[in-house]
Design a protein around this ligand. Structure first.
Ligand SMILES: *[C@@H]1O[C@H](CO)[C@@H](O)[C@H](O)[C@H]1NC(C)=O
Ligand SMILES: *[C@@H]1O[C@H](CO)[C@@H](O)[C@H](O)[C@H]1NC(C)=O
Ligand SMILES: *[C@@H]1O[C@H](CO)[C@@H](O)[C@H](O)[C@H]1NC(C)=O
Ligand SMILES: *[C@@H]1O[C@H](CO)[C@@H](O)[C@H](O)[C@H]1NC(C)=O
Length: 651
């Protein structure tokens, strides 16, 4: 089919490419419009270039862009249109405001194919990932915000654009994500784990449902999961996680039981269900584990009970409906090479304190080698292989990065998202498996923006509270499931001016004993009533993240809940200073790398061509194309190439 989609006339900034170039196999696709019917995007990438194809339900112009934040300002935009005559006009633009984007001096996108088929316009175009100029955004791993727009009609002049009105939008995508192995084994079977939640009139609720793991006839491997979000609940189901429990509990008793967090009847046993197996957040898709790994289920030592946590976010306080969202787990008896583990890194929510009015406040949680190394020793392994990562933060989260340090030297990041989107939290497959050895440090960094907040942001479960979590998907599986650290409570108290401390067992927390004005007051109380945030204090709190003493959470599947609680009390040394930080080399600034030189040169040439072609074009047609309707050329063959010229009147 793809070969049909050839436009005969490609003018302006572009050259016609050969047909085999068009038979591109796209590895990724997504609808950009919420209804999933008007604007379809496909793409693929290699080391240097990304190629997009948009198919849009319009015969007018189409816009597509890469945005810094979802808005137009600062976006790298292309606009394209196919005239009734089959001419394509395609331009590289840049938006300096929420206004018609201006034409780029350097035309850096290449149109590869275009056409119309009577109902839809398609454009296929490509660009270098890195362009090194101020009007084209570098495309990086992590979340990209793409923006889109279209109009029912073509403009009257090729460089003009009418306002697109409401037919526009933005979407987060991981443009450079690794394509998943979506081919499933033939004998794959499903387990559905679904809620029956009578929607309550509450803005935030954490709903829990227990499931006894059915008898699967022996050890099986879960090879993929899919979120099952009930139609109509899309705006409400914010995240869903599956947990196994530290302590053995009565699976028959709790099969099908459901409770809200903190409700009086919430089973005490469930508090030990802290081992994350699967995590999904709004905007994410299902995930197919790489071909060599699966999550073990049904075998000896595997959980017999799974607790599903669903975070419902219901600001409109809708009620009177039943939600049956949950998960579909796909499993097989064809066991894969390795059992996969899912380990949580980051910061304990009880220790998150983010000052208000911060542009970029950084929190960091470290997985110390003594925890990781000991866990490996217990399993008699020398290393783990990481195959994927998954970040989780709430509304104030802006950037996430998982750093990896060996002997004081930082290795490439396991994951980095400079454009974290709360509404789009995906499990990310690594480009290549990464080995983590005994002695390595893993550090999760989360950066928050609280410029619009007046109150301190604490760790917690509401989307207005924060989290700083990163999971690694690894093999072989280990008993270790949480390897985190956070500033010790005493380090925070010291930053607030306390000079003496005592531990209050009943409160599981430290309180100051001196100076007298702070004595006996909890951190929360101090923050709420006795502290005014100023730049100096914010700076102190930021320092605590890097240089403060810590407490460490090192939790295994056979840890006791008591052990876990005690770990919070023990004071540990600050995280290590990284002697040689890893930095992405900025190709644009590297002399002789040619990135800037070559690209600009090419761009410049194209720019000249574009002008020449434009002159040639008007010469050829004796006037602007829209007045040239009598010269209507019959274009042949493809349903895409031609549509009836009788479409528009009254030009
Ligand atoms: C044009 O192409 C789109 C996308 O492939 C398709 O959905 C539509 O039915 C086609 N229209 C016609 C008239 O062939
Ligand atoms: C951090 O720990 C060291 C050694 O345990 C201790 O001497 C120091 O006072 C601690 N700092 C704070 C701020 O608690
Ligand atoms: C957990 O299991 C490991 C290895 O089997 C063992 O060495 C360790 O003592 C166990 N821990 C507890 C708390 O039972
Ligand atoms: C117009 O196009 C022709 C062939 O397509 C080319 O040779 C010529 O240089 C172009 N004219 C200008 C002014 O560039």
């Amino acid at each position: 089919m793809a070969a049909f989609w050839v436009s005969l006339w490609v003018v302006a900034a572009v050259t016609v490419t050969s047909a085999n170039c068009l038979e591109v196999k796209f590895t990724h696709s997504a609808y950009l419009d919420a209804a999933h019917e008007k604007y379809f995007l496909q793409w693929r990438y290699d080391a240097d270039t990304i190629t997009f194809r948009v198919e849009v339900a319009t015969l007018g112009y189409v816009g597509f862009g890469i945005s810094p934040n979802g808005d137009m300002t600062g976006s790298d935009i292309v606009t394209g249109l196919v005239t009734d005559q089959g001419d394509t006009f395609f331009y590289d633009r840049y938006a300096t405001a929420k206004d018609t984007p201006t034409m780029d001096a350097s035309q850096d996108w290449t149109l590869e194919a275009s056409g119309e088929n009577g109902t839809h316009t398609f454009l296929q175009f490509s660009r270098s990932l890195v362009l090194c100029d101020d009007t084209d955004r570098t495309i990086k791993a992590g979340t990209s915000r793409v923006i889109w727009a279209y109009h029912e009609e073509d403009p009257r002049h090729d460089t003009e654009l009418m306002y697109h009105g409401g037919t526009r939008g933005a979407r987060s995508l991981m443009l450079l994500s690794v394509p998943q192995d979506i081919k499933l084994p033939e004998n794959v079977q499903s387990i559905y784990l679904l809620n029956t939640y009578n929607v309550l009139k509450r803005e935030t609720i954490y709903w829990y449902r227990g499931f006894k793991v059915p008898d699967l006839g022996g050890k099986r491997h879960i090879v993929a999961f899919e979120p099952v979000v009930q139609a109509g609940s899309e705006g409400m189901v914010h995240h869903m996680d599956l947990y196994a429990c530290l302590e053995d509990l009565d699976a028959d008793l709790y099969d099908g039981a459901q409770h809200a967090r903190h409700s009086h009847d919430y089973p005490r046993d469930w508090i030990s269900c802290k081992i994350t197996l699967v995590a999904w957040e709004v905007g994410g898709e299902g995930f197919h584990y790489p071909k060599n790994v699966g999550i073990s289920i049904g075998g000896p030592g595997d959980p017999n009970f799974i607790l599903m946590q669903t975070h419902y976010n219901n600001p409109q306080r809708k009620t009177g409906m039943v939600d049956r969202s949950g998960f579909r787990l796909l499993y097989t008896s064809d066991l894969r090479e390795h059992d996969m583990g899912f380990m949580q890194l980051g910061v304990d929510i009880a220790s998150q304190i983010i000052p208000p009015g911060s542009q970029a406040f950084l929190m960091a949680g470290t997985c110390y080698p003594d925890c990781l190394e000991k866990a490996m020793e217990e399993e008699s392994i020398e290393k783990i292989n990481v195959v994927g990562v998954h970040f989780h933060a709430h509304l104030a989260g802006r950037k996430m990065r998982m750093r990896h340090v060996r002997n004081g030297v930082e290795l490439p990041w396991l994951g980095s998202d400079e454009n974290f989107d709360f509404n789009f939290q995906q499990t990310v497959r690594l480009q290549r498996e990464v080995e983590v050895l005994k002695g390595d440090y893993l550090i999760l960094e989360c950066t928050y923006n609280t410029e619009d907040r007046r109150e301190t942001t604490l760790g917690g479960f509401s989307t207005h509270d924060e989290m700083c979590l990163g999971h690694i998907l690894h093999y072989p599986n280990m008993k270790l499931r949480r390897c985190k650290s956070n500033p010790h409570r005493v380090a925070y108290l010291a930053a607030l001016g306390a000079t003496g401390f005592t531990f209050r067992g009943a409160k599981h927390d430290f309180v100051p004993t001196s100076p007298p004005r702070l004595a006996g007051k909890s951190i929360k109380k101090l923050l709420n009533h006795y502290v005014t945030w100023n730049e100096k204090l914010k700076q102190k709190f930021q320092e605590v993240q890097r240089t403060g003493n810590t407490s460490v959470i090192c939790m295994k599947t056979n840890s006791s809940l008591e052990e876990y609680r005690q770990q919070r009390v023990i004071m540990r040394e600050p995280p290590p200073v990284i002697l040689h930080p890893y930095g992405e080399t900025d190709v644009c600034k590297t002399p002789g790398m040619g990135a800037k030189g070559t690209k600009m040169h090419k761009g410049l040439k194209k720019h000249i061509n574009y002008k020449a072609n434009a002159e040639n074009k008007s010469g050829r047609k004796k006037g602007p194309w829209w007045k040239n309707r009598k010269n209507h050329r019959k274009l042949n063959l493809s349903p895409w190439q031609h549509h009836s010229g009788a479409r528009k009147t009254g030009w």
